[in-house]
Ligand binder design. Structure first.
Ligand code: ARG
Length: 589
């Protein structure tokens, strides 16, 4: 089934060609924000009138005269300076919804992309031997949802977890482990790092106060870079132990990331030398104050001087940027990416801008390969300052999720004391984790937001519990139908056309139809809040439909139509939450 905007765009574009001779021009069709202006609006006529030097209202009228949309809309109207207002016919809405119903197990009828691309998505990227903190929450879940949405549209997605597993801090970690647990060299599995954060802090403290130890740590870095076998074994152990910490967090968050998606910094270690060499040979890299730098065009510091991207320090060490250059080259050459998306906080913006510029100057990415840095704001505490624990430390992601589930459990205990313990615990997990994720998604991605358990766990407003409850409520209708001996499958099998009469049912029907359009725009802007806003509005429209239009007690003429509306509402909410946002739904709450 073609999206309604697509069909309208095509038809109007054809009419424009007939009137003006201009081919393939975009009539800018949008969902109307105000029902007084119809369901869709074409806003592109004014620009064409300007180009052709005609009166926009007159042009709009001529276009309408040539427009053949009788099968979709009632007669189009000109509004204001030259907008075209379009109102859908119930027959057309009925046709689109029937198509959605036929594709219930699939994409709910929305068309996949005509140009499938290979898209590399770089997200999460925790730093080994440190606990994941709340900043990694955003990268992990936003990145995961971007992958889900792009895949649902038909792109090939390659996930890359660029874990921080190769910095100088490894010298200190390895030296610390070797000193305190010499057995780790021969038998790594004998040592467990039950608290990574503490382990990291201890190693750092020792490095600061003991000069001999600091020296040993430096030697370990060199040994690591030379791939000394003993050192590599200990390093591998630290990486493996870290994975035991972050993998369960991914699983809880339903982030579909696994070891096979890891291409950490260490993966590129052997490629850094040639990155620097190749840039030198091309004459792009040069020495400056002992370091090797590239000065990409257009980047200036505050004083207006060219800004360097340092790729090798004077002591010979490579940098974060060098690794990212190796990574971008690998993704273009080996992974054959048409597009590469990086999901990190906004503070890394300059870094990526410069890496992109250098990679293009070097010809490592083709001109038509898209490079996108998808940024996000910070998570703040209730005081509006960066989110920290009382003692001023970063909040560990694990503690945050535990807190959400515990709070959700007490809400369930209070609301549904009669449920058995296992059911309660499952609902609490779905609601607690769902609340944290949904709160993040429903905010404008690029803004900071205040983390508040009370707000995200509220049963009212645009929250996960509200949406999960809305889902459970729609689903309860099929249970009630069964109890009333109504066979939904039989009723729907007999349905040929929808009988849309009541304003609330027409309103709901039209809204359901725009599901595919919303997913497409979320995919274009990488903004999950479009989807959460849609789901919330859908739940509200359903609510007013359900208040105004009886379903099981409806007349024979209306019942099947209304049952279908219930089914499609449940499907959109269920699919949106669970398939696209990775938030569990529950059948009862
Ligand atoms: N490890 C980095 C951090 O914690 C994120 C990595 C992002 N990806 C990249 N290719 N640089 O900030």
């Amino acid at each position: 089934m073609k999206q309604t905007v697509e069909i309208l765009r095509q038809r109007i574009s054809n009419a424009i060609t007939e009137v003006t001779g201009i081919e393939n021009c975009d009539p800018i069709v949008r969902l109307s924000t105000n029902p007084d202006f119809g369901d869709y609006q074409a806003n592109g006529v004014m620009a064409i009138a300007k180009k052709t030097k005609t009166n926009p209202r007159k042009l709009a009228e001529e276009i309408i005269a040539k427009l053949s949309i009788e099968d979709i809309c009632s007669p189009a109207e000109v509004a204001g300076p030259g907008f075209i207002n379009l109102r859908l016919k119930p027959e057309f809405i009925s046709k689109q919804l029937m198509a959605m119903e036929k594709d219930l197990g699939g994409t709910l009828g929305f068309e996949k992309t005509k140009k499938p691309q290979t898209i590399v998505v770089d997200f999460s990227g925790p730093n080994i031997a440190k606990q994941m903190h709340v900043g990694h929450l955003r990268s992990t879940i936003i990145g995961d949802s971007i992958c889900r949405i792009l895949e649902s549209i038909g792109h090939k997605v390659i996930k890359q977890n660029h874990i921080g597993d190769w910095g100088t801090q490894f010298g200190m970690l390895i030296a610390y482990l070797k000193q305190d647990n010499p057995e780790v060299i021969d038998n790594p599995d004998s040592v467990h790092l039950s608290d990574l954060e503490q382990f990291y802090k201890n190693a750092k403290a020792r490095c600061d106060e003991d000069a001999d130890f600091a020296e040993a740590a430096r030697k370990e870095v060199i040994k690591l870079h030379n791939k000394d076998a003993d050192t590599m074994r200990v390093w591998q152990h630290i990486v493996d132990e870290s994975r035991l910490h972050y993998q369960p967090t991914y699983d809880r968050l339903k982030a579909d990331l696994h070891q096979e998606n890891e291409r950490g910094e260490s993966f590129y270690a052997d490629k850094l030398e040639s990155i620097v060499e190749d840039l030198r040979k091309m004459g792009l890299a040069k020495e400056s104050d002992g370091a090797i730098c590239v000065f990409p065009d257009g980047f200036k510091n505050k004083e207006g001087n060219p800004l360097p991207l340092i790729i090798r320090k004077s002591d010979g060490a490579f940098l974060y940027a060098t690794t990212d250059l190796a990574a971008i080259r690998y993704r273009a050459d080996e992974l054959k990416a048409d597009k590469i998306i990086y999901v990190t906080d906004a503070r890394q913006n300059l870094h990526f801008e410069m890496v992109f510029a250098v990679a293009r100057m070097a010809g490592w990415v083709k001109e038509d390969t898209e490079l996108c840095h998808v940024t996000f704001g910070s998570v703040l505490g209730e005081d509006g300052k960066p989110f920290k624990t009382r003692s001023g430390e970063n909040v560990k992601l694990k503690d945050l999720l535990d807190g959400a589930v515990t709070r959700a459990l007490s809400v369930v205990e209070e609301k549904n004391p009669e449920l058995d313990a296992e059911t309660k615990s499952n609902i609490a997990k779905a609601v607690g984790i769902g609340a944290v994720k949904y709160a993040d998604y429903s905010n404008n991605r690029t803004s900071d937001y205040i983390f508040s358990f009370d707000k995200m766990l509220a049963m009212e407003g645009n929250t996960a519990p509200y949406m999960q409850y809305a889902y459970a409520r729609v689903k309860s209708i099929s249970r009630k139908a069964k109890a009333n001996n109504i066979n939904i499958e039989n009723e729907l099998a007999g349905l040929k056309d929808l009988n849309l009469v009541e304003p609330a049912e027409i309103d709901l029907a039209k809204y359901i139809m725009s599901y595919g359009e919303i997913i497409n725009s979320a995919a274009v802007d990488y903004r999950m809040n479009y989807l959460t806003a849609f789901l919330y509005e859908l739940a509200q429209k359903f609510s007013s439909f359900y208040t105004n239009c009886p379903v099981l007690k409806a007349s024979d003429k209306s019942r099947a139509t209304r049952l279908l509306l219930c089914r499609l509402t449940a499907k959109c909410i269920g699919q949106g939450l669970s398939n696209l946002l990775g938030i569990d739904v529950v059948e009862q709450m």
